[in-house]
Design a protein around this ligand. Structure first.
Ligand code: ACM
Ligand code: ZN
Length: 575
């Protein structure tokens, strides 16, 4: 695991006179055409030009200058302008129907990055920065090239649960920075939970006064023992606005999730009238799925949800608002007079497929959808919303595998694929868990993430409903930003290529050749990443034939992604 020492990456900071750029980056661009002619030398006299009066492009220029400063240690001047020798020209104007596309041309005279939008130019800048060597102090030589690039999917998501454990505004911003490095553009912010309500709501101050704090936390996996330490935290509305602005500068849209009608125990602790039994409730101190959910028969509770969502849409400009819908037990509803009265009044019936209580959840989701649609917003729900009568305009987030997403796409709903066996970054990255930090379990290695094709098993027409893919990071067992980074990196790199690169250009072996360069950036920027990707892979075959002939030896083939020197010993017969 001593990657820095044993793989020769320890000299990444060595001063070198001149180093070459390398366009074999992650995610792999759609087209890289090597051009004739001399390379461009990135000296400190190079200027960065942007179109006069365009603030977003000026900010893009500033991002580029910051990246170049980090990479080279040098300051690059930024000026308004459209052409010039010895310059990196950022421009708008290419005709491409994909708004996030870009073209990067490098000649001996300079570099131009052009896109139909500022977002496209931003991704060109990301590609440029990832092409650079990690070589502070060097003059960088950029071979002549033309890169034409555009993402496969418009929705390139990453989710972060900051409710089971709280992460500060700065830590959330770091997460968004990691997304930008991987060309991701949708941050799904899971901000309310049984174990903590983390969003200030002016109309319901107890949500944060009471709901953001738990008295203690269970130790390990619901061991029955507790740590005795009060735990809490929330974001003020000003902090939320600050994070939204930060994300927007990086072309990341934040999609907030108010998970309902389940996963609401912290809200019930603050306002017990919203539950079926009236409480008392506590902000949950253990993990799992709570039976105590919002009372869907209570108009006051429905009003509460609408009031909360009204403040949410005032804060978050996102077209999509995630309203959860997952893991909502129906036990309280079964015996609640209000819920049963609603079932009767609405004529909700049990049939072979669904119970009346399942249909009560559909009633709740549809009612909230209507409310949000009336405000010009669209809902996203987890795939449980397919159980019953799915809200008519809902976008479905498929997490229990891809089958929910496939079904939803076949029904004509838009879909975001986030199947747990490919996209749950809280799952472990190795089958050999003894040296891993405690986790929720599961096994999702980098190669598995990489193998996801979000449109597999769909017709061309149905595939149009797949908006994209997303990784989810649930944080029951992840309490620090170092641990969060360890779970995300480098799996985020594999997902980036699922989201961005066309399937015919994807190639896992090739990806693993490009990954060590990206990992140098993680190292340079003090990102904590998992190193299992460098582990020795073993494949075993036998020389025994089916008919019994052959020597019967086992042949072990050992390899690493970077052709490292492998030393092995054979056990003595006594072992
Ligand atoms: C989920 O993992 N409960 C969506
Ligand atoms: Zn009820």
């Amino acid at each position: 695991r001593d990657v820095l020492g044993s793989r020769g990456l320890g000299d990444v900071y060595k001063r070198q006179a001149q180093q070459g750029a390398n366009y074999q980056i992650i995610p792999m661009p759609q087209e890289i055409v090597t051009a004739q002619g001399s390379p461009f030398i990135l000296k400190s006299s190079v200027k960065i030009l942007y179109p006069e009066g365009n603030e977003k492009m000026q900010r893009n220029a500033k991002f580029l200058a910051d990246y170049l400063k980090t990479a080279t240690g040098k300051d690059f001047a930024i000026e308004a302008g459209t052409e010039g020798k010895n310059a990196i020209v950022l421009a708008l104007g290419t005709e491409n129907e994909n708004p996030e596309s870009y073209q990067m041309k490098v000649t001996g005279d300079g570099i131009t990055i052009t896109g139909p939008t500022e977002a496209g130019v931003f991704y060109g800048i990301q590609s440029l920065r990832k092409s650079l060597p990690v070589a502070v102090g060097a003059d960088i030589s950029m071979p002549a090239v033309e890169i034409n690039d555009a993402p496969r999917f418009g929705y390139r998501g990453a989710h972060f649960d900051t409710s089971r454990h709280f992460f500060t505004v700065d830590e959330v911003k770091t997460y968004i920075d990691m997304m930008a490095l991987h060309n991701m553009n949708r941050f799904h912010w899971h901000i309310t939970e049984d174990q903590g309500w983390r969003l200030e709501i002016k109309k319901y101050p107890k949500l944060t006064e009471i709901g953001s704090k738990r008295t203690e936390t269970v130790i390990g996996r619901n061991s029955g023992e507790y740590d005795g330490k009060p735990y809490g935290g929330f974001y003020t509305q000003d902090e939320i606005r600050d994070v939204i602005a930060y994300a927007k500068e990086r072309f990341v849209t934040i999609i907030p999730e108010i998970d309902l009608p389940g996963h609401q125990q912290a809200a019930l602790a603050a306002y017990p009238d919203l539950g079926c039994t009236g409480g008392p409730y506590e902000v949950w101190t253990q993990w799992g799925i709570s039976d105590d959910v919002i009372c869907a028969g209570n108009d006051k509770a429905m009003q509460f949800l609408e009031d909360v969502l009204s403040e949410v849409i005032d804060l978050f400009p996102s077209e999509y608002i995630h309203i959860g819908g997952d893991e909502c037990p129906k036990v309280r509803w079964k015996t609640c007079p209000k819920c049963q009265a609603r079932i009767k009044a609405e004529g909700l019936k049990t049939d072979k497929q669904h119970t009346a209580e399942d249909r009560l959840q559909s009633y709740c989701m549809t009612r909230i959808e209507k409310f949000l649609n009336s405000k010009g917003r669209q809902i996203i729900g987890w795939d449980e919303i397919l159980e019953g009568d799915v809200a008519p305009n809902a976008t479905v987030m498929s997490w229990r595998g891809t089958s929910g997403g496939i079904k939803a796409a076949q029904m004509g709903h838009d879909v975001i694929m986030t199947p747990n066996l490919y996209c749950y970054f809280d799952y472990l990255q190795t089958a050999d868990s003894k040296d891993e930090p405690l986790g929720i379990g599961g096994y999702v290695p980098v190669e598995k993430v990489y193998s996801l094709d979000p449109t597999a098993a769909l017709t061309e027409e149905q595939a149009k409903h797949i908006l994209g893919a997303q990784a989810n990071l649930w944080t029951e067992y992840i309490a620090t930003t170092e641990h969060a980074e360890y779970m995300i990196l480098p799996r985020m790199a594999a997902l980036a290529e699922v989201q961005w690169t066309q399937p015919e250009k994807k190639d896992y072996a090739d990806f693993t050749q490009r990954l060590p360069r990206l990992i140098k950036f993680y190292q340079r920027d003090s990102m904590n990443y998992a190193k299992h990707i460098f582990d020795i892979q073993a494949e075993y075959t036998t020389t025994q034939e089916e008919d019994g002939s052959g020597s019967g030896a086992i042949v072990a083939t050992l390899r690493t992604i970077d052709n490292a020197c492998l030393l092995y010993t054979s056990p003595s017969p006594r072992d």
